[in-house]
Ligand binder design. Structure first.
Ligand code: F6R
Length: 606
């Protein structure tokens, strides 16, 4: 998400911050800014757009030996000069990466006390909270007291004009790393920001606060107890550091999914089963009105819509139509007046999805978008908006954006079902408990990495693959096949398992690889029959499942057992091994995983 860099030492901090921000550009950003102390005053320079714009705003010969800088990827409030970091309050300036769940309640409290907000960000709440406590406390105590009131994830770095020889950083569920060199210290969200200057680093843990000065650093927990930390030496090249040590962005993004999903859930549901509506604008009374939903998207986002259909129809008993945007925009759709159109798009700029949205709007029906990029065209033009919070996705093949979209559909289904009285409070609570456990289950699923690499070695030379699933796992089969074909250039087809006998079975011969995705439940026996049909023709069966039934085990040539969740969330969990499967096959075939041939990250032409 956002990038942070801070410096304190003897060199000109402004140059080091600008250089560090450029090193963070690879993460994607929409605005940038920096702050430093000059003549006992805080100076802020910030703007929307590129770092070169920021550079042009800095007066020549500006000098300071400490400064903080930030690249912003919008989460609260559109990309703008006002929303760019740093944010200020009284004597402090602060940059932040993460999401503050209780910012609305804190903002109301601060506004009632007379604090004026200049931005739409959750970050400004942190600045004012520290500013408020700073009136009567030392800087360190004010930061600590403010942090204890925050709920959510944050990495913050701040300066205070009254303490110009010190930088403070605090970490809670958002990375922050310190660089330690002779008479200078760095602090950043990512190592590449300072790797040219320093290779000795200290990683902060959740709930730790660091005080940095030229002379040294001290780390405390939020109760004020000092902590000893180990200094690590980083051997990574700059390119490895950008990918956090992973070989490709795609692999890094697959591994980021527990975080991306936790952020997408954050503040959207409460543990008692309630849904929080404030941010997306769609209220329970609106939800009651809808008689039909149209879910429209392209590619991987279209697969998320197919999963959404199963969830919404089953949980909420509302008819749902799903369409590919490039088809939908040219159809004559007889919308009922109480319909809701839902555009799903990672980038928010896909030409066909945008055209479909405009077509739906013209007919006068309400529109919602599920989108990953704040301020993108689709998000701006929709009546309601649910932002996934995957952070920038750099690998062309969509991974973390997809699983976050499915989570968004789960929350939407929960909201629709509750508002229409289709589920009880107790059921909603159970569904939320499952949702909260999802990031941990994905972490566990990622531990199958080595097993997947072993299976892949047996099949990566095969020219064709078939992926089969039933019910809500059918779109997972489609997504698995799409991942494989787009990054490894192997021909792969996803099919509804029940449809196999109507054609694809003709393909099956000895060792033809077929990937089955199947959960426990009523469709399991039918899927087992399909597996038997493949085995009768000597196909090679790879099964991904959350049930370790003996027969399934015996029939499958390879079986990946995964701890599942409820049937609505299993598609998220099952997708993870399919992403890894495609990834390792592509690597073994020597393909350009992050930038597959002929593909673009965002398809802005028809
Ligand atoms: C596949 C992939 C594409 C996108 C599609 C829609 O891995 O990334 O199929 O899903 O181009 O893009 P968005 O979601 O940005 O509208």
């Amino acid at each position: 998400m956002c990038g942070i860099i801070g410096y304190i030492g003897n060199k000109n901090a402004i140059n080091i911050i600008l250089e560090g921000l450029k090193k963070l550009e690879y993460r994607g950003y929409d605005s940038a800014g920096l702050a430093f102390v000059n003549d006992s005053q805080i100076e802020i320079v910030k703007c929307k757009g590129k770092i070169s714009n920021l550079e042009s705003l800095i007066k020549p010969a500006t000098f300071s030996t400490s400064a903080i800088g930030h690249t912003r990827w919008a989460t609260h409030g559109k990309p703008s000069n006002e929303n760019a970091h740093p944010h200020t309050s009284r004597s402090i300036a602060l940059v932040h990466n993460g999401i503050i769940e209780n910012y609305i309640e804190l903002k109301k409290e601060l506004e009632a006390e007379g604090y004026k907000f200049n931005s739409e960000t959750d970050t400004e709440v942190i600045a004012h909270l520290i500013g408020k406590y700073r009136k009567e406390l030392s800087l360190v105590d004010a930061v600590r007291k403010a942090c204890l009131r925050l709920r959510g994830s944050y990495a913050i770095v701040l300066i205070d004009r009254n303490e110009p020889d010190m930088l403070i950083g605090v970490r809670m569920e958002s990375p922050l790393v310190i660089g330690v060199s002779d008479e200078e210290r760095f602090i950043a969200s990512d190592i590449p920001a300072f790797l040219n200057y320093c290779r000795n680093v200290v990683f902060l843990e959740d709930g730790e606060m660091v005080l940095l000065s030229k002379e040294g650093f001290k780390i405390y927990n939020l109760n004020g107890e000092e902590k000893e930390k180990k200094v690590h030496t980083i051997a990574w090249t700059p390119s490895m550091a950008e990918k956090d040590g992973f070989k490709h962005y795609m692999l890094k993004e697959i591994y980021e999914q527990p975080r991306a999903i936790a952020d997408t859930i954050r503040g959207r549901v409460l543990s008692d089963g309630e849904v929080v509506y404030e941010e997306w604008g769609l209220m329970p009374q609106d939800m009651k009105e809808f008689e039909r939903l149209y879910l429209v998207a392209c590619g991987t986002s279209y697969h998320a819509c197919l999963i959404g259909k199963y969830m919404i129809e089953e949980m909420c008993e509302i008819p749902v139509e799903v369409d590919i945007a490039s088809e939908f925009r040219y159809r004559k759709v007889p919308f009922g007046k109480n319909s809701l159109f839902v555009a799903v798009t990672q980038s928010g700029e896909t030409a066909d999805t945008l055209a479909a949205l405009r077509y739906a709007k013209k007919s006068g029906i309400k529109t919602l978008s599920i989108c990953n990029v704040i301020g993108s065209t689709v998000s701006r033009e929709s009546d309601y908006i649910f932002y996934t919070r995957s952070g920038p996705e750099i690998g062309v093949a969509s991974t973390k954006a997809f699983t976050s979209q499915v989570v968004a559909f789960y929350i939407l289904s929960l909201a629709l079902a509750l508002s229409r009285g289709k589920i009880s409070k107790e059921m909603a609570q159970d569904l939320v408990i499952d949702l909260m456990a999802l990031p941990r289950k994905i972490e566990d699923t990622l531990k199958l990495d080595a097993d997947i690499q072993t299976i892949v070695k047996e099949v990566y030379r095969k020219p064709n693959f078939l992926y089969l699933g039933r019910g809500i796992n059918y779109p997972v089969a489609l997504e698995g096949a799409l991942k494989l074909k787009e990054i490894s250039y192997i021909h792969a087809e996803g099919y509804a398992a029940g449809e196999m006998k109507h054609g694809p079975i003709a393909l099956i011969e000895e060792n033809f690889p077929v990937v089955f995705i199947t959960s426990h439940g009523s469709l399991l026996e039918k899927t087992i029959s399909n597996i038997q049909e493949i085995k009768a023709r000597d196909g090679f069966v790879i099964t991904i499942t959350d049930t370790n039934k003996g027969l399934l085990n015996r029939l499958s040539d390879k079986l990946l057992y995964i701890e599942g969740s409820n049937p609505y969330l299993n598609p998220v969990i099952f997708t993870v091994p399919l992403q890894l499967f495609a990834y390792y096959i592509a690597v073994l075939r020597g393909c350009d995983v992050d930038q597959p041939r002929n593909l673009a990250k965002s398809v802005t032409v028809e």
